[in-house]
Design a protein around this ligand. Structure first.
Ligand SMILES: Cc1cc2nc3c(=O)[nH]c(=O)nc-3n(C[C@H](O)[C@H](O)[C@H](O)COP(=O)(O)O)c2cc1C
Length: 199
């Protein structure tokens, strides 16, 4: 079954092939089973993105001039109907290497917030894992993701978090089932949005 040209992109923020990457793959498999294309996800662990140096060259709408392939990946992410981010919690936030990539989206924040180029691109989902922590364990990850996605033109609508996960061996069948259901619900939203755009 295929659903038009709907496309979902993914990003895994972990510096290793760990639990978040495994859950991301499960999510994308379910998206494909629902008839939506899922492009191979961006794995931050395979890259070394430079941090934003606040040169402000992008403040007139120019591309970020830093010499790596962050712009290529950010622009690819902006071509989707939906985005899924999967991440571990590191010191109550996203891993440092991933934060470098996220900060490079400032060029798109500028275009939306300062230059009025307000394109709505689609919906987004977030899966996060962590070992323990307090009540606000997933709050920073959610906010960082929400505003990163907003800069790219996506609205974060669906969030799923798991505690008690330190290593892939901690992933339970219940967690896998939750991810499958979560992906199916997201697929329905993406399809509904796709339909309403055509009316
Ligand atoms: C540098 C570092 C910081 C971490 N900080 C936290 C934390 O603040 N709270 C928490 O519950 N787990 C923390 N963890 C545990 C990871 O969130 C956990 O092991 C997660 O499952 C790793 O996911 P991954 O396999 O997808 O990378 C930390 C782990 C590392 C390596």
């Amino acid at each position: 079954m295929s659903t038009g040209n709907l496309k979902i992109g993914g990003v895994c923020l972990s510096p290793r092939r760990g639990s978040s990457e495994i859950l991301l793959e499960l999510f994308l498999d379910e998206i494909r089973a629902a008839g939506i294309s899922a492009v191979p996800p961006l794995l931050i662990r395979e890259h070394s993105f430079l941090p934003c140096n606040e040169c402000e060259i992008c403040y007139d709408g120019s591309d970020c001039p830093l010499p790596d392939d962050a712009n290529v990946h950010l622009n690819s992410l902006r071509q989707m109907d939906g985005i899924i981010i999967a991440t571990p919690v590191f010191f109550y936030s996203v891993p440092g290497g991933a934060k470098c990539f996220i900060d490079r989206a400032q060029q798109f924040w500028v275009r939306r917030q300062l230059l009025g180029q307000n394109e709505e691109r689609g919906l987004a989902a977030l899966i996060s894992v962590a070992s323990s922590g307090g009540e606000k364990l997933f709050e920073d990850v959610r906010l960082v993701s929400k505003y990163f996605l907003d800069a790219l033109g996506y609205r974060l609508t669906d969030v799923l978090s798991f505690r008690g996960v330190d290593n892939p061996g901690d992933i339970t069948d219940d967690m896998r089932n939750s991810v499958r259901q979560f992906a199916r619900r997201f697929a329905v939203k993406i399809k509904e949005r796709g339909k309403s755009e055509k009316d």
